[in-house]
Design a protein. Structure first.
Length: 254
């Protein structure tokens, strides 16, 4: 009787506890997380992140006071990188700049969060918006994407929507797209502006559906234009302000 009600029961209980431990621990290893940027100039090596883990396509790379002003102003993208999103905190030591390169950051659904940022951010590398997402910039801050370098590209996955949000439309906040060679290149995507201040310094090749519901949209160049693609793209404006400089032409590409 002791053998039946004693050790076998203890052994069973131990086995069950071990099984429960496995059930609890396995999912946690796969959870998405925020990873803090280390004090280096790289982005794609394990040493570039405080946890020793490079954020993946479901994670968020977060920038705070850990990285020095010198390193965050001279970031390099040594290889193409897929990350769920980028977050910039309110204690950055200086402006954040990624140098010009054809290596690509593929951004997922978490987008770019500068809603609390205390410094400007400039990403001069190639960028692919690979999921519907929001770019959120705080009042007084500027997010610059793809600034005048021929080796980069700014593209977006077909059927996705990028929403430009941020501070009040009358506040000084901006999303700046500068492309001296090819314009804004997207693929059957949707660009939507709800508030804030969106600026392009070339104003060409919007191969996407563009919707302005609020804020201010500046198209700036010597001969400003919005060139819609030949795939039945649309330009819709229900609110906000559209400003141009030089001559302005909205046309369909043939």
């Amino acid at each position: 009787m002791k053998n039946v009600s004693g050790n076998p029961l203890v052994n069973f209980s131990s086995a069950r506890l071990a099984l429960l431990a496995v059930v609890v621990l396995v999912p946690s290893a796969a959870e998405a997380a925020n990873y803090l940027k280390a004090d280096t100039t790289g982005l794609t090596a394990t040493t570039d992140w405080t946890t020793g883990v490079v954020p993946t396509s479901t994670d968020v790379g977060e920038f705070d006071s850990t990285i020095s002003s010198g390193n965050e102003s001279a970031l390099t993208l040594g290889a193409s990188w897929s990350v769920g999103g980028l977050k910039f905190d309110n204690n950055l030591n200086g402006p954040v700049t990624v140098g010009a390169t054809a290596n690509k950051i593929t951004l997922g659904a978490s987008g770019i969060d500068m809603s609390a940022a205390n410094q400007d951010v400039s990403l001069n590398n190639a960028i692919l918006f690979n999921a519907s997402q929001t770019l959120n910039v705080a009042s007084g801050r500027t997010l610059t994407l793809y600034a005048n370098n021929s080796g980069s590209s700014l593209t977006q996955g077909s059927g996705t929507t990028t929403t430009f949000s941020g501070a009040d439309g009358n506040a000084v906040c901006a999303f700046t797209f500068a492309d001296g060679s090819g314009g804004l290149l997207t693929a059957g995507a949707n660009w939507k502006m709800t508030q804030g201040h969106l600026t392009t310094t070339s104003g060409r090749n919007f191969n996407a559906n563009v919707e302005i519901d609020g804020g201010t949209f500046d198209v700036l160049s010597g001969a400003s234009r919005l060139s819609m693609a030949k795939n039945n793209q649309t330009f819709t404006m229900t609110g906000g302000t559209l400003n141009t400089t030089g001559s302005f032409l909205m046309q369909a590409e043939h």
